[in-house]
Write a protein that binds this ligand. Structure first.
Ligand code: F6P
Length: 342
């Protein structure tokens, strides 16, 4: 069989480990051949790909980013887009199946293409851990590790100056990175999109930390908003490129905290640092297992399925189960962390 692999959407530590796991399992167990599509669905729509041999994936599991490149191209748009054009391109080049590694957008497109008859298997990818139907996704552990290290570093400078630090981590729709890095780093408040909070409550937590002679540390997910409606809307809107404005919440919170509590406050935005560099050992193993399992799903003809982590097992579910709903932080996990606030 000749299998095409693509990585699509925002990159994520572990993408290369998935590619390596898939190619090695495919070559060793099935004598499969591989091609890598350039820049996600764009490579599929434009027919841009190159052979992917065993030697191309050597030593790849520790490498950040993706050797195939990525984009946010929609495979239903553009000249070569749509199921008929894509199937024609695959037939002309003898490509039997596609492994699509991506998040919500990528998998939704994969599902629609499978419904139209294309042979696709999905692999979930998101550092935010917001995809349903998988307990964890690779990249998340690495992001939490990076954010925790940053929090540890911010704590020592905060303590030296008796300042309040507000750290913004990624998490567009869900607060998993904030919850885990905040718990690991001993944050005094963790603010997540699932739990709008008012500024008075945040300042109460901050002041109680100061009253114990400590420097308050607040971890906030980029998608968090205050439950005060005016503030909730004031940071929304579109940026200069007409994209929904994200982040900037730490920059707004720090002066609000300082004005209300009198505690000198600083903000830090970790941004794409959380997505760069080498994956953690956990993510390398998870990504490798998912890549290997994707090959098994291809040889089982499980089109429209996605490989997933359930407990410690790798399973196969329908992509339909994974898209259209978010893996949000449950109330119980937030309540548990909240005991440690203030
Ligand atoms: O979805 C993953 C994510 O890292 C979000 O946490 C973040 O909001 C977004 O991607 C950033 O996307 P981009 O790299 O396109 O700016």
């Amino acid at each position: 069989m000749k299998i095409g692999i693509l990585t699509s959407g925002g990159d994520c530590p572990g993408l290369n480990a998935v590619i390596r796991g898939a190619v090695l399992n495919g070559v060793i167990s099935h004598e499969a051949e591989f091609v890598g599509f350039r820049n996600g669905w764009r490579g599929v729509v434009e027919g841009e790909f190159s052979p992917l041999h065993r030697h191309d994936v050597r030593g790849l599991s520790k490498q950040g980013g993706t050797i195939l490149g990525s984009s946010r191209t929609n495979p239903f748009e553009g000249e070569g887009g749509g199921p008929e054009n894509i199937q024609r391109m695959l037939d002309e080049n003898g490509i039997d199946a596609i492994i699509a590694i991506g998040g919500e957008g990528t998998l939704t497109a994969a599902r629609r293409l499978t419904d139209a008859g294309l042979k696709i298997v999905g692999v979930p990818k998101t550092i935010d851990n917001d995809l349903a139907a998988t307990d964890y996704s690779f990249g998340f552990d690495t992001a939490v590790e990076i954010a925790t290290e940053a929090i540890d570093r911010l704590r020592t400078t905060a303590e030296s100056h008796g300042r309040c630090m507000v750290v913004e981590v990624m998490g567009r729709h869900v607060g998993w990175i904030a919850l885990h890095s905040g718990m690991a780093g001993g944050a005094h408040a963790i603010l997540i999109p699932e739990q709008p909070t008012n500024i008075e409550q945040i300042c109460e937590w901050v002041e109680s930390v100061r009253d114990r002679g400590r420097a308050p540390l607040v971890v906030v997910a980029e998608g968090f908003h205050l439950d005060d409606m005016e503030e909730a809307h004031s940071h929304k809107g579109l940026d200069a490129f007409n994209r929904p404005r994200l982040g900037g919440i730490a920059e707004r919170l720090a002066p609000m905290i300082e004005a209300r509590t009198g505690i000198e406050s600083r903000d830090t935005v970790l941004g794409h640092i959380q997505r760069g560099g080498a994956p953690s050992a956990y993510d390398r193993v998870l990504a490798t297992r998912l890549g290997m399992a994707a090959i098994d799903a291809v040889y089982d003809g499980a089109w429209g399925s996605m490989v997933t982590l359930r407990g410690t097992d790798i399973r196969t579910v329908s992509i339909a189960e994974a898209v259209g709903r978010l893996n949000t932080v449950p109330q119980s996990r937030y309540d548990e962390a909240k005991i440690l606030f203030g």
